[in-house]
Design a protein around this ligand. Structure first.
Ligand SMILES: CC(C)(COP(=O)(O)OP(=O)(O)OC[C@H]1O[C@@H](n2cnc3c(N)ncnc32)[C@H](O)[C@@H]1OP(=O)(O)O)[C@@H](O)C(=O)NCCC(=O)NCCS
Length: 369
């Protein structure tokens, strides 16, 4: 059976036109039946490859569809390939999996992804509680917990004139009682004001950085998991927990503003994450931690922190070495991190591990946001 091109509305929420709250991985309108387990982990909005049976019978011809999964239910998958939208009957899906974003330029695994694709990937590594969209733009809200999870990610084509897209986003945030904040990115050293969306926002009284020093310029740095030094016999033991434990959360909350509920939801909201920590052997208190977000081909590190009394003794390096080991063992050659441009220690740390700046972003908001 052929994949059937479809251009009409699908039977479930499209992530870019509607709003979703909570897990984007569930299959609205029905649970997966056992015969459909192969596709159970697929995430709407992800790039997927689907091996699809073209005819009945053993040894029958099959083909692969590669593209963005835009909708799914118990009976169908809808995939936007480069050339068309196809509606695939799930009973004829032989195998399917999420795959890394495509290479858009030459370079090594951590260099060849486009900034847009990396931004979309990173948004899944720090999944907002409430999500919507305007075309490719991703609208995110999480009760104010972090700029990333409470801003409109300006990527790709909003499929509306920019002013109308901004109107839509402003209404979306106003409906939630939240200020509209826009995250815009560009090459290293880019001038945000040159982007049409930012020019429009500046006209409306928004300012680059939104009045926050740490929002002015955030560096997205990428590196190879294979280039991170391995753990040694001298390395402190690192705990990697798939569950968010109370003492990890408490230690995290001691060093940054948190929003009960939203913080736990964002920390645990990706398709896969690990909570890493190093403890003081004497007191058993956590002295260093990080969260590892897991993607096809990519690992992202969030919230890396070492207690001030234990800095410059290799704790962060040990944590990242453990994260890179997990990445290498799980087919994730590329790693990303996001660090404020004004965080000299953070930038020095990542540079020391061979990470380089892939692109930068800034937040554009009203000064009161
Ligand atoms: C950045 C941070 C995680 C580093 O932790 P750490 O355990 O002190 O780092 P390490 O001891 O493993 O440092 C490894 C190397 O990174 C570089 N580095 C680390 N801190 C640095 C600093 N303050 N200034 C310059 N270089 C630094 C050095 O090259 C260092 O090697 P060296 O000590 O032999 O010179 C820690 O300072 C921290 O928690 N800061 C606050 C939170 C933060 O900024 N997190 C990073 C955001 S992505």
């Amino acid at each position: 059976m052929n994949g059937e091109p479809t251009h009409g509305p699908t039977d479930e929420t499209h992530p870019e036109t509607g709003s979703q709250t909570g897990s984007a991985t569930s299959a609205p309108g029905g649970t997966d039946t056992p015969g459909h387990r192969l596709t159970a982990g697929l995430t709407i909005g992800s790039r997927v490859v689907v091996r699809y049976r073209l005819e009945e019978g053993e040894g029958a011809a099959a083909t692969d569809f590669v593209g963005e999964l835009v909708a799914r239910n118990a009976d169908f998958l809808v995939v936007d390939t480069r050339t068309e939208r196809v509606k695939l009957i799930r009973a004829d899906v032989l195998a399917a999996k999420d795959v890394p974003p495509p290479a858009s330029r030459t370079g090594r695994a951590h260099e060849r992804v486009s900034a847009d694709d990396l931004e979309k990937l990173m948004a899944k590594g720090w999944q907002a509680v409430d999500r919507g969209g305007v075309g490719d733009w991703v609208l995110r809200a999480s009760d104010g917990f972090t700029g990333r999870a409470n801003s409109a990610l300006v990527v790709g084509d909003p499929s509306l004139p920019v002013a109308k897209a901004i109107d839509f986003a402003e209404r979306w945030y106003a409906d939630r009682g939240r200020p509209a904040i826009f995250q815009v990115h560009g090459a290293s050293g880019f001038d945000p004001a040159e982007q049409p969306a930012v020019a429009e926002l500046l006209e409306r009284g928004y300012v680059v950085g939104g009045g926050h020093e740490s929002w002015q310029r955030v560096l997205v740095m990428t590196g190879l998991s294979a280039a991170v030094p391995p753990l040694t016999e001298q390395s402190a033991p690192v705990t990697a927990d798939a569950q968010l434990q109370l003492d990890w959360l408490t230690t995290y909350a001691e060093q940054r503003p948190v929003v009960p509920g939203a913080t736990e939801a964002v920390l645990t909201g990706s398709d896969g994450q690990l909570f890493l920590s190093v403890r003081d052997p004497g007191t058993n208190a956590i002295i260093g931690l990080a969260r590892l977000a897991i993607h096809p081909g990519w690992a992202g590190i969030f919230g890396l922190w070492v207690h001030p009394d234990h800095r410059r003794s290799g704790v962060a390096t040990t944590i990242v070495s453990a994260a890179a080991m997990v990445a290498r063992e799980n087919n994730m050659p590329a790693m990303y991190i996001q660090v404020s441009g004004d965080n000299a220690a953070g930038v020095a740390f990542w540079s020391d591990l061979g990470f380089t700046v892939h692109h930068e972003y800034t937040y554009v908001a009203k000064a009161s946001a």
